[in-house]
Design a protein around this ligand. Sequence first.
Ligand SMILES: [Zn+2]
Ligand SMILES: [Zn+2]
Length: 169
Amino acid sequence: MRIDLGSVKKEAKHLEETFDPELPEVEGATAFQGEIIEISGGYELTGFLDGMYRLNCSRCLESFTQPFHLPVRLILKPRPEFVEPERDLAADELDLLFYDDHIIDIGKILRDEIVVNMPLKPVCDLKCRGLCPQCGQNLNKKECSCEREADGGAWSALKSIKKAIYGGE
Ligand SMILES: [Zn+2]
Ligand SMILES: [Zn+2]
């Protein structure tokens, strides 16, 4: 999915591509719909990425799929000859990409967008009960017979503090 920036003018060029980002966390093809337009000093790439994540739940460790719909907005500028190393990255420059060649690989750029937007702590379901901390049983599938405290750590800690301060129950 290469684009010759020289062919991009001030009138938006519509892009519609289906590609394989070749990431283990992405299942099947990803679709991109958007446009690229010439702006002062560079180009702006906007659109949406639609596809399917294949992730491992951070609670129960099971593999699951989750669709994604990611907005994309990137500014592309030719790489400056000199970049002061200590230059602060202004907030509006975070989505700035430098290109070395006027022929750019959009697939690679979009692939990076999928990577940076990947959920850090994916959960298969908001109600996922995870694994038993004692025996490792997946509690979504089956109960285990381990003893569990009726009320969890933080609450009972608070309760005992309260008890210490006010006394009694
Ligand atoms: Zn889970
Ligand atoms: Zn258990």
